[in-house]
Design a protein around this ligand. Structure first.
Ligand code: UDP
Ligand code: UDP
Length: 477
């Protein structure tokens, strides 16, 4: 090999790995990248991050800035998107459109990566981009890993779905998907767009799914005790023969800046400050993720349910998909009088809160959630029972894990996006009340919290997962 500077020589004389992260868009994806980058930066590895501005949402821009502030040694690789005509996809989800815009620009990434010093030895990308990034990495002779932002169960669907399609009768509709070694997923649990093979999301999903087996490794934000069956099936090649190494490295811990921010957010009158003053386990935390807009009719039923439950509550209410367009007033949606009637026992905000900090606060007794994977993992970490009300995408697959692991309870019959009926306030209120009083549910969730602590402690499965990944980075590049 060429002469290496001392800085480039690792402990055993190998080249020091230089990893380029290629994230996509959406806070559910980006937060996990930022947190994992934070964890990896404690190891003997150079890190660069492909950065695309402007971001889709304001929260994304804030968090990119915080990453580079918190970790000055992490390099920023600016990347410009080619012009992208979104009118091809009228009414398209802005994040999905960004994934597509990225995918169409990625052929320009090879030269960018090739031009970086020290020499790049690996990429870590998002599943939404892998069918484009992996071939680039292979051309450059470097490793390509996927940092997967959902569950091992969902990864088994991603990688098995193309095989399922190859085996099904060409004319038949998509039906239940029986994933070898994992479980049968009902058709109604699949991300809605998968039922239509012509959808942009589905095309990306299938292409990316086929590519997974050709990558060098998959990092998943889960841990062995949470999803033992799905992880074993992936690792044993039961889902897809020849599947690459799977590193279960979750939950990722939050960044220093997130903590600082949340401290700042505790100013008098803030939702956090209010939460701190509530009795132990008395508050229902209600949030449906960073980008999930619930219909205004359904929002009013949730309001009625929370009011009827008699519980204290903290409700993060989003009325639109992209935060920077969020101008529909909470008061307009909830109707006159609601905020007055619940004053003192209920707080409703559309602000960004540090959800991790909320869930760790002893006042929180229940999390009514859309069952986005990050939310599930954060509830597991805090040992707070989760009442899963999936709204779309991978949420029902995540909810299977909520139910099987003891993190919480899944309302399988509650409607999600595309199903027309509303869940009544009466039903919501009743379920909230029941779960707030259920010591068994609480105990199970607390046990999962203990498993998390073991997994991330030195010698635990997730801690070892990161070390195994770093070893893989240092192996032949
Ligand atoms: N996904 C995937 N491959 C793709 C696109 C999406 O595996 O090409 C997965 C990804 O894990 C995502 C899930 O499908 O979390 C459901 O997508 P959704 O529309 O809910 O987006 P998200 O909530 O993740 O932003
Ligand atoms: N989140 C937060 N504050 C908010 C809204 C969301 O910290 O006001 C975080 C939440 O903790 C989680 C992520 O944003 O880490 C949302 O991811 P999830 O998978 O739960 O849902 P998605 O937004 O992808 O639907």
């Amino acid at each position: 090999p060429a002469v290496l500077s001392s800085g480039e020589l690792g402990a055993r004389g190998h080249t020091r790995p230089h990893v380029v992260f290629v994230p996509s868009a959406g806070m559910g994806h980006l937060l996990q990248f930022f947190r994992f980058i934070g964890a990896l930066s404690a190891h003997d590895v150079d890190i660069s991050v492909v950065t695309v501005f402007p971001t889709v949402s304001a929260a994304e821009a804030d968090h990119f800035a915080a990453l580079f502030r918190d970790y000055p040694s992490v390099r920023r690789l600016d990347f410009d998107l080619l012009p992208f005509d979104a009118s091809e996809f009228p009414g398209g989800d802005p994040f999905l459109l960004r994934w597509e815009a990225l995918r169409r620009s990625l052929h320009l990434l090879g030269p960018v990566i090739a031009g970086v010093t020290p020499r790049v030895t690996a990429t870590v990308t998002d599943v939404t981009l892998v069918s484009h990034v992996n071939p680039i990495a292979k051309d450059l002779g470097i490793q390509c890993h996927v940092l997967y932002v959902s569950s091992a169960a969902m990864m088994s669907l991603v990688s098995y779905f193309p095989i399922y399609l190859d085996n099904k009768d060409a004319g038949a509709d998509v039906g239940d998907v029986d994933i070898p070694g994992v479980r049968r997923l009902k058709r109604s649990w699949l991300p809605q767009p998968l039922l239509d093979l012509n959808k942009l999301f589905t095309k990306q999903f299938i292409e990316n799914g086929r590519e997974m087996v050709k990558t060098d490794g998959v990092l998943i934000n889960t841990f062995d005790a949470l999803e033992p069956v799905a992880l074993a099936a992936l690792r044993d090649g039961k889902v897809v023969r020849g599947f690459p190494p799977v590193f279960a490295v979750g939950p990722h811990s939050s960044l220093a800046s997130e903590a600082t921010k949340s401290a700042a957010a505790e100013a008098e009158g803030s939702p956090m400050a209010w939460l701190r003053q509530q009795p132990a386990r008395s508050v229902v935390y209600v949030a449906f993720g960073s980008r999930c807009a619930v219909s205004h009719e359904q929002i009013r039923e949730i309001a009625a349910g929370l009011e009827a439950s008699g519980s204290r509550f903290l409700w993060i209410l989003k009325t639109t998909v992209v935060d920077r367009d969020d101008d529909a007033g909470i008061r307009d949606v909830l109707g006159d009088g609601f905020l007055e009637r619940v004053r003192g026992r209920g707080v409703v905000t559309k602000a960004w809160v540090d959800q991790d900090a909320v869930l760790r606060d002893p006042a929180v007794g229940l999390f009514l959630s859309h069952s986005g994977w990050n939310s599930v993992i954060e509830a597991a970490t805090a040992g707070v029972p989760l009442l899963a009300w999936p709204r779309g995408g991978d949420h029902r697959v995540a909810a299977t894990v909520v139910a099987s692991s003891g993190v919480g309870v899944w309302m399988e019959q509650w409607s999600w996006d595309g199903e027309e009926w509303l869940v009544s306030g009466e039903e919501i209120g009743g379920k909230v009340k029941e779960m707030m009083a259920d010591a068994g549910v609480r105990e199970k969730a607390a046990k999962v919290g203990e498993e998390v602590a073991k997994a991330v402690a030195v010698g635990g499965t997730s801690h070892t997962g990161i070390l195994d990944f770093v070893a893989k980075l240092k192996a032949t590049t």
